[in-house]
Design a protein around this ligand. Structure first.
Ligand code: HEM
Length: 165
């Protein structure tokens, strides 16, 4: 198998990038939902919630850098011709969707990181995964937030923090 793309097929590096990003996104997504919904009534629950968030963020940051490398690789490669390359509109639509996905793979983790950076005492992205002090900080930050239920898709897409009602 070729490492680089050819006129007719994607090379092994593109395929590895494709499945790696898919796997990472499919891991980060449920982790985010799990961490967000995890209870924080007891000290143990707080530590566990903070740990889930740290894991979620670590996977999310990995997605950002993997996507960056994937995009740089894609730019340096020729692209296999589409199935109907004579159909200009279809080729343009396929290209546009592809680039939209690439941009989302950067913007979603970036917005998550912005939210993380703007939150005082929130679970760290890497390290200190199970410290009690971290749990206490996390509880302080979480306890002051307002309860809300904005449409989940908007928050998933943008990492928008909960708003006051
Ligand atoms: C492609 C990467 C990522 C995906 C798919 C993703 C997905 C999610 C999901 C599904 C949730 C739960 C939302 C909810 O239940 O309302 C969430 C929450 C969250 N994520 Fe991510 N995430 C990603 C990257 C990151 C990164 C890199 C960080 C920070 C370094 C981060 C920080 C957060 C935070 C702080 C929350 C809680 C938001 C809140 O309180 O409303 N995420 N994420």
């Amino acid at each position: 198998m070729f490492r680089s793309n050819t006129q007719t097929t994607y090379g092994s590096v593109s395929k590895v990038f494709h499945w790696l990003t898919a796997l990472l996104i499919l891991t980060a997504f449920p982790l985010g939902i799990l961490a967000n919904g995890a209870p924080f009534a007891t000290g143990e629950e707080i530590v566990q919630k903070a740990w889930l968030f740290s894991l979620h963020k670590a996977v999310g940051v990995t997605i950002f850098f993997t996507a960056l490398a994937r995009i740089l690789w894609a730019i340096s490669q020729k692209k296999p011709a589409g199935l109907h390359s004579d159909n200009k509109l279809e080729t343009f639509a396929a290209e546009a969707v592809h680039w939209r996905l690439y941009i989302s793979m950067l913007m979603v983790p970036l917005s998550g990181w912005l939210h993380h950076a703007a939150s005082v005492g929130f679970a760290p992205t890497l390290g200190a995964l199970s410290s009690q002090a971290l749990g206490a900080d996390f509880f302080d930050a979480t306890a002051t937030r307002q309860p809300v239920s904005p449409p989940i898709l908007r928050r998933l897409a943008t990492h928008t923090p909960p708003q006051a009602p």
